[in-house]
Write a protein that binds this ligand. Structure first.
Ligand SMILES: Nc1ncnc2c1ncn2[C@@H]1O[C@H](COP(=O)(O)OP(=O)(O)OP(=O)(O)O)[C@@H](O)[C@H]1O
Ligand SMILES: [Mg+2]
Length: 207
């Protein structure tokens, strides 16, 4: 049986996470892998309810601290209900956003104590870390201009989004699992680069 592999896609608004996670999952399936494609928040019935609270509702007075708790609740459900069972079955799991988003949005840019964010994250993930994280990077204004109908997060001030991008840079320097890929190029070219990175990790995973 193949060993399971967890690949996460991260990056600021409109960088192409959803586009590329779908394409990557399709390509992996075509190569004969058993693939689970999911997203955060979402991916479970609880996650979908929390997603609508977190991303649609302006009127609830959510602070970054409250957001953190809701995101981690959603993540705990996804990890135990979807990701861990899939990894045990030897599948490749592709997730559109994961714990790094929380570190960056609620911690680095949102101001919640980073150690607290990390501790809660480890608990929600049961210690699970991605094998590979693709960080899609492009200038904030380019990303925001790609977003057609902005949600609650995307409507935050540009200064917040600049901090988000900066925070991702900090994480990328800190973790070897994170590979940065710039996404100004056409979608096909960017996807090709992603596949090359994934190919190398798949090879290591088989050894
Ligand atoms: N390399 C690219 N060049 C031009 N347009 C792109 C590129 N990548 C993605 N797009 C377009 O940008 C828009 C945003 O992409 P996508 O929804 O995949 O980003 P995202 O990172 O998932 O955004 P969000 O943070 O809002 O979930 C889409 O309309 C997509 O087709
Ligand atoms: Mg998306």
């Amino acid at each position: 049986m193949r060993r399971g592999l967890l690949i996460t896609l991260e990056g600021p608004e409109g960088c192409g996470k959803s586009t590329h996670s779908r394409r990557l999952a399709r390509w992996l399936k075509g190569r004969g892998f058993s693939v689970v494609l999911t997203r955060e928040p979402g991916g479970t019935p609880l996650g979908r309810k929390l997603r609508s609270i977190l991303l649609d509702q302006e009127s609830l007075g959510l602070t970054p601290w409250m957001e953190l708790l809701l995101y981690e609740a959603s993540r705990a459900a996804l990890v135990s209900g979807v990701i861990l069972p899939a990894l045990k079955a030897g599948k490749v799991v592709v997730v559109d956003r994961f714990q790094d988003s929380t570190w960056v949005y609620q911690g680095w840019a949102g101001g919640v104590d980073l150690e607290g964010v990390e501790r809660l994250g480890r608990a929600a993930c049961q210690g699970l870390e991605p094998h590979l994280t693709i960080l899609l990077d492009l200038p904030v204004s380019r990303g925001l201009s790609r977003v057609a109908r902005p949600n609650r997060m995307e409507r935050k001030p540009v200064a917040f989004h600049r901090k988000v991008r900066q925070g991702y840079g900090v994480l990328a320097r800190r973790h070897r699992r994170i590979r940065v890929i710039r996404t100004e190029a056409p979608v096909g070219e960017v996807q090709e680069k992603i596949r090359q990175v994934v190919e190398r990790v798949l090879k290591i995973n088989r050894e």
